[in-house]
Design a protein around this ligand. Structure first.
Ligand code: OGA
Ligand code: NI
Length: 358
């Protein structure tokens, strides 16, 4: 890959695009780079903002790491379907977590740990298979049901992220089974069915925590779209210079995230980055922008990111609950829920029409 460090600004922007194109055309992602053997990361991955932050932290003696899940709530869903007292407690905890954190972990959520482990294995198998077999899935055509690529925003982002992704539109109108890669087909179908069901339980809990009837969020279409990404973060030779994924918020209603034991996920809370610890068998839930909008800021969509590491690879499965697909979504307006609005609590957002699936 061309080195672009020492060139004048204009020239290096031009070159960056060429380097990005060359990287894209390998159709082998970051994993392909790592497999070719490198001790330094290519310049396109260098994240100046992150380097600056690290530098400042060293000088201020501050550390972003934490133990004990950083205080991020861990909620036990035992009894949610059959014990009204426990359910009331759970709704209360979910409500507090959504208002203060926008992020929590759930245990005893009903998805067997064997399913979770198999899902992690399936994603790993896909990314670690022969690169020629992977290439047929490589695409930036977001109208496809199933596609693999590295950095969905490759040509727009300031710094390229150290990760590859297998993307699947699972609902509505999911892929035909044969469109999914055979190497992880069965577990993707099994996991997505179970995550969809759990997502519906969570929507009930969110509805109740907002003081709405149980089916409210489901009825307005918050459980219709499911977009699933199998992420692969290869080991990185220079983890202080780049990120697995930059700080961002998710754009749909909420996300159910499964991570492996490597760690690296961080959430922004009260001006600090906190580590989200690995808990075997747990799932992470985070609220996304559309939930903040419809709840009129009662629930929050918070920034999070993933650090890289030398020991990896790290694997994760992100399941995004989002609106219906085009063209159906074009007939739906989303704004602050009327029942949550009053004179003291006026709407903070206008109603909006979503042109793409978000
Ligand atoms: C995402 C995301 C975190 C992770 O894909 O939006 O935040 O652990 N992923 O992979
Ligand atoms: Ni995210």
């Amino acid at each position: 890959m061309a080195e672009i460090n020492s060139e004048p600004a204009e020239q290096s922007i031009y070159n960056r695009i060429n380097v990005l194109k060359a990287f894209d055309e390998t159709k082998s992602g970051v994993k392909g780079l790592v497999d070719s053997g490198l001790s330094k990361i290519p310049t396109i991955f260098i994240n100046e903002e992150y380097m600056l932050e690290r530098n400042n932290n060293i000088h201020n003696q501050k550390s972003g790491s934490s133990t004990n899940n950083g205080g991020i709530p861990i909620i036990d869903l035992t009894g949610v379907d059959n014990d009204p007292n426990l359910r009331r407690e759970i709704v209360k905890k979910v409500g507090e977590a959504c208002e203060k954190w926008g992020f929590f972990q759930i245990i005893n959520h009903g998805i067997p740990v064997t399913t979770l482990d198999e899902m992690m294995d399936g994603i790993r198998r896909f990314h670690e298979q022969d690169k020629e077999a992977k290439k047929e899935f490589y695409s930036r055509d977001i109208t496809r049901k199933v596609y693999y690529n590295s950095n969905f925003d490759l040509y727009l982002a300031e710094a390229t992220n150290w990760r590859d992704s297998l993307n699947c539109v699972m609902a509505p109108r999911g892929p035909f089974p044969q469109q999914l890669p055979a190497i992880c087909r069965d577990i993707f179908i099994e996991y997505s069915n179970k995550v969809m069901k759990l997502g519906h339980t969570l929507l009930e809990l969110f509805s109740e925590a907002l003081g709405l009837n149980r089916s409210y969020l489901e009825d307005i279409g918050c459980g219709e779209g499911l977009f699933m990404i199998g992420n692969y973060y290869p080991p990185c030779p220079e983890p202080d210079l780049t990120l697995g994924i930059n700080s961002h918020t998710d754009c749909g209603f909420f996300t159910i995230l499964l991570q492996d034991q490597i760690g690296g996920l961080q959430v922004r809370h009260q001006n600090q980055w906190l580590d989200v610890n690995f808990i075997h068998g747990a799932l992470i839930v985070n609220l996304a922008d559309m939930m903040q909008l419809i709840s009129n800021d009662k629930f929050i969509s918070v920034h999070h990111r993933v650090l890289t590491n030398t020991k990896g690879p790290r694997v994760s499965a992100a399941s995004f609950f989002r609106t219906h697909l085009p063209p159906e979504n074009a007939s739906r307006l989303y704004g602050p829920i009327k029942e949550l609005i009053s004179q003291e609590n006026p709407p903070l957002y206008r109603e909006l029409l979503l042109k793409t699936s978000c």
